[in-house]
Design a binder for this molecule. Structure first.
Ligand code: HEC
Length: 165
């Protein structure tokens, strides 16, 4: 199966029902349909109001996730954004955003892991490896309340800190 074809399967996975995936024969390339569906459900519940049902964003206020170079960052980095939020000037697909994404520590570890898995499969050609235990670990990095991560630099500093522990 060529790369292009497998990417198309993944794009389909972003929108289609798990049962349908089995019929069109993409299932061998995807995580268990249950996890994917849970990730999509959690995404729609917690992220879509700002980033759009298809990850298309609402420029110039909310940046897209589909096609975003930020999805090239590690699973841990994406989980850190969800847990701690993001603010300050950032660039996504050639456009500058100066927004504020609130920290979302109220989400369950499993929901965050599922959302990262969903984003990876819907909008990248990489597999996610993050599980709930890893999210629980990241939750302890900055105990207590703190302001959202400050732009890409703030995020990379946080990632470095996590790796140095
Ligand atoms: C209340 C609106 C809001 C919600 C809800 C929200 N975000 Fe964001 N998100 C933003 C804003 C605004 C930015 C840009 C922040 C900035 O300009 O510094 C952002 C940036 C991002 C980025 C980095 C930039 C990009 O577009 O790739 C990622 C990744 C991201 N959000 C993922 C998520 C995920 C996953 C969820 C759900 C768990 C979520 N966001 C929920 C508003 C939101």
């Amino acid at each position: 199966m060529t790369k292009v074809y497998s990417n198309r399967c993944r794009a389909v996975a972003g929108t289609a029902l798990a049962a349908l995936l089995l019929l069109v024969g993409c299932s061998s390339e995807l995580p268990p349909p249950g996890e994917m569906a849970q990730g999509q459900e959690a995404y729609l519940r917690w992220c879509a109001s700002c980033h759009g049902n298809q990850g298309e964003g609402k420029p110039p206020t909310f940046p897209p996730l589909a096609g975003s170079e930020w999805l090239d960052l590690s699973d841990e980095a994406l989980a850190l954004i969800i847990l701690y939020g993001l603010r300050g000037e950032i660039e996504v697909m050639g456009q500058i955003y100066r927004g504020y994404m609130p920290p979302m520590q109220h989400l369950r570890d499993q929901d965050i892991a599922d959302i990262v898995l969903f984003m990876r499969n819907a909008w990248t050609d990489r597999e996610a490896h993050l599980d709930a235990a890893a999210v629980a670990e990241l939750r302890t990095v900055f105990p207590g309340r703190r302001p959202p991560l400050e732009g890409l630099e703030g995020l990379l500093e946080a990632v470095e800190f996590v790796e140095s522990r």
